[in-house]
Design a protein around this ligand. Structure first.
Ligand code: HEC
Length: 165
């Protein structure tokens, strides 16, 4: 009699434990579903927004380099590189994103010119960089979107010349 009683108790306990477990996993699934919805609805910048950021840094890079402000030029080129990494991470769904690596040789060349503080090399590398931007735009059928070497600084509230100290 005793054994049957214990067996019944064990069975009931296991039954409730299992029910509780499946209740937990159902709740967990609900939580996962709602988190997935939240992630889908959360704001992610698109490729065009990253490009607009790159456009600003591209212009600032030019004025920094022409002013021989090598520290600022180094900063600006790294901003471009960060945006390119972000494109590959956050805009991976756009097939064009894979093509951004075509900028690498031109970026390496601009980087080298900055390291060497070589204005002539900076100018020719920047021309190559700008031409490569347009080469990609053409390759992905955005050739109506042409970039060029800027004529005036993009913003008037930033100093491009190196500071005195
Ligand atoms: C993958 C190849 C690729 C490369 C490399 C590339 N772009 Fe783009 N760019 C695009 C695509 C695609 C768009 C259109 C994005 C969209 O759908 O809004 C674009 C759009 C733009 C725009 C338009 C943004 C706007 O809203 O008016 C600018 C400006 C721009 N790119 C600048 C640049 C500059 C500067 C470089 C080089 C430093 C560059 N891009 C390199 C693919 C590229």
């Amino acid at each position: 009699m005793q054994v049957r009683y214990y067996l019944m108790l064990l069975f009931t306990a296991t039954f409730f434990y299992a029910c509780n477990q499946s209740g937990n996993s159902a709740q967990l699934q609900l939580r996962i579903d709602s988190l997935e919805k939240e992630i889908d609805a959360s704001y992610k910048p698109g490729l065009g927004e990253f490009m607009s950021q790159i456009q600003v840094h591209h212009a600032k890079l030019w004025f920094a380099g022409k002013s021989e402000n090598w520290k600022l030029a180094d900063f600006e080129i790294h901003e471009i590189m960060e945006s390119l990494d972000d494109i590959q991470q956050y805009a991976a769904a756009r097939l064009e994103s894979k093509k951004v690596i075509m900028l690498q040789p031109a970026l390496d060349s601009v980087n080298y010119a900055i390291e060497q503080k070589n204005t002539a090399l900076f100018t020719s590398s920047f021309e190559l960089l700008t031409a490569t931007c347009n080469r990609c735009h053409a390759a992905v059928e955005y050739d109506f979107n042409k970039v060029k070497i800027p004529e005036i600084p993009p913003l008037s509230n930033q100093v491009f010349t190196p500071s005195e100290n």
